[in-house]
Design a binder for this molecule. Structure first.
Ligand code: PLP
Length: 217
């Protein structure tokens, strides 16, 4: 199937309240252009340099989402244009995004990444760290970031019961934090292999790569 057909097929199954992020990391600009021509406007990348190169070339009505682990010294390259940073996993990083946001006179939309998977290689806050963060005065004083929601990645496993459990725990945490944040509306969870389960468990944003663009090398 072509990229265009894949997008159409996926969109047909997504409820209206769920946003599709087309994860185009490692893929050539021509693939993104095909997705763009099919109407897709939200793209996800996991390397700031690659995302910036694509941003420079492609039409300016694209929303660029940074979905990967963010290195603090690279935030400056995307601060002007990034539409949503999914992988915010420390106060230190948030302070750097805030600082760069100030330079461009914008409030940069961010998601706090939560560690929900069993494997401990994944980045993200745990529940206790999040609860501490929301009372932290330095955090509360940040003026140029907006916390729009949470992001999480489930364990890479065929055990869909476990995946469902992990998504459910993120959804519960998301609901419990709504009293702390007035702009909490995005729950970014679900990739090619598990997005249907994620949607059943309350996802509002799915990040889909290989099911649109094919396998990566
Ligand atoms: C690569 C990536 C995706 C997309 O993965 P697919 O399995 O190709 O859909 C989603 N989220 C993050 C954070 C990623 O790094």
């Amino acid at each position: 199937m072509s990229i265009t057909e894949n997008i159409k097929t996926i969109l047909a199954t997504l409820p209206e309240h769920v946003t599709l992020v087309a994860v185009s990391k490692t893929k050539p600009v021509s693939d993104l252009k095909e997705a763009y021509d099919a109407g897709q406007r939200v793209f996800g990348e996991n390397r700031i340099q690659e995302m910036t190169e694509k941003w420079e070339i492609l039409p300016k009505d694209i929303e660029w989402h940074m979905i990967g682990h963010v290195q603090r010294n690279k935030v400056k390259y995307m601060a002007e244009y990034v539409a949503l940073v999914h992988g915010v996993d420390s106060l230190k990083l948030l302070k750097e995004i805030n600082k760069q946001g100030k330079k461009y006179n914008r409030k940069i939309p961010c998601l706090l990444q939560v560690h929900i998977a069993e494997e401990d290689t994944k980045f993200g806050f745990d529940e206790k760290e999040l609860k501490e963060l929301v009372d932290n005065s330095e955090f509360l004083g940040l003026t140029n970031v907006t916390i729009k929601g949470l992001m999480g990645m489930a364990t890479l496993t065929d055990d869909m019961k476990q995946v469902r459990r992990e998504f459910k725990s993120l959804k519960t945490l998301f609901e419990s934090l709504k009293s702390n944040f007035k702009n909490l509306e995005i729950l970014s969870m679900g990739m090619s292999g598990d997005y249907q389960v994620a949607i059943e468990e309350g996802s509002t944003m799915v990040r889909i790569g290989s099911s649109i663009f094919g396998a990566r090398k």
